[in-house]
Design a protein around this ligand. Structure first.
Ligand SMILES: Cc1cc2nc3c(=O)[nH]c(=O)nc-3n(C[C@H](O)[C@H](O)[C@H](O)COP(=O)(O)O)c2cc1C
Length: 205
């Protein structure tokens, strides 16, 4: 059985609460604790979802990296709102994050790109993510071409970079007995009025 989640004991700041839970998921040996589902919607409001990896978070938001020309990239350009979901089943926990999306700075994308293994950097050039390709050989040929062109000094492709989800709401869900789960939701803007204040509510399970 897992400990509950209580309005009185959660952090006043949802980023702090996220940090506690993220560290707990890591310590519990959850497989890929930084894997999250990313939901986007196109300009007509039609949704799509896929997994991405969280590569950084702070009070500015939650960052992942991808191809800006991919389906998700195109949807976010047309409709810059997203929802993230972490599902840490071993701990009976999930976290839902909703907010606006912005691109991270070119400098931040450059820095993260440079930290990736060589194969991943070359792969970013080889893959026109989300496009139809005739066959696998086409991608392998593009990889060989990128290797030939760049060797091991691979620049960041202009269409590759980070997005930051700037949360407007974050909900923490803790499974409890008899399906009386705890749900604590933070919404930006609090009674104390400060820009960084959050309103905390309990939601029915
Ligand atoms: C565990 C996991 C982690 C992933 N992480 C990323 C990621 O960080 N960035 C990314 O672009 N795709 C990642 N992918 C692949 C995406 O789920 C997806 O297939 C790809 O980004 C294309 O999505 P789109 O066509 O909706 O844009 C990951 C897949 C899995 C299963």
């Amino acid at each position: 059985m897992h400990a509950g989640l209580d309005e009185a004991s959660v952090a006043a700041d949802p980023f702090k609460q996220f940090e506690r839970w993220f560290h707990a998921a890591t310590a519990a040996g959850v497989h890929l604790p930084n894997a999250m589902s990313l939901a986007t919607a196109d300009a007509a409001g039609r949704p799509s979802v896929r997994a991405v990896l969280l590569k950084g978070y702070d009070t500015a938001g939650f960052v992942f990296f991808t191809n800006y020309s991919s389906r998700k990239g195109r949807e976010l350009a047309a409709n810059p709102h997203a929802c993230l979901l972490f599902s840490w089943e071993e701990l009976e926990r999930q976290v839902r994050i909703e907010g606006r999306v912005e691109k991270v700075s070119d400098a931040d994308s450059d820095e993260y790109f440079a930290s990736r293994p060589l194969g991943s950097r070359l792969g970013a050039w080889a893959s026109p993510q989300s496009e139809v390709v005739p066959d696998r050989a086409t991608i392998e040929a593009r990889l060989a071409e990128a290797k030939h062109r760049y060797g091991d000094a691979v620049p960041r492709p202009p269409q590759w970079g980070g997005f930051r989800v700037v949360p407007e709401a974050i909900e923490f869900w803790q499974g409890r007995e008899d399906r009386l789960h705890d749900r604590i939701r933070y919404r930006r803007g609090g009674e104390s009025g400060g820009a960084s204040a959050w309103t905390i509510d309990r939601l029915a399970p």
